[in-house]
Design a protein around this ligand. Structure first.
Ligand SMILES: [Zn+2]
Length: 103
């Protein structure tokens, strides 16, 4: 599993086990909430912190974790990185069409 880029906080002990449990809980489907309603539901391979550590959260509980597809995970991480650079919380932006959802 390649780990790209820097992480603002170390992953907790036993992360691999937590990650697998969350993926299983979420049925290996992306839980990203679509603006149009419903969830992305693409195959998920990533587990993400809803409230990221850079905002002062250090919450590795199940409630703060969800499965995301790599596309949404990359998108969310990129947004958080730029938000952290500006010391502002992530802003809501208009949703871009998910490539997997195009007709
Ligand atoms: Zn997704």
């Amino acid at each position: 599993m390649p780990s790209q880029g820097r992480r603002s906080a170390p992953l907790p002990k036993g992360w691999d086990r937590i990650r697998r449990r969350i993926l299983k809980r979420d049925g290996h489907h992306c839980q990203w909430l679509l603006d149009a309603g419903g969830i992305c539901n693409e195959p998920a391979s990533e587990v993400d912190h809803k409230n990221p550590a850079y905002m002062g959260y250090d919450d590795h509980s199940d409630d703060n974790l969800w499965a995301l597809c790599s596309w949404h995970h990359a998108r969310k991480t990129g947004r958080e990185a730029s938000a952290a650079a500006h010391a502002l919380p992530p802003r809501a932006r208009p949703a871009e069409a998910h490539p997997g959802l195009l007709p």
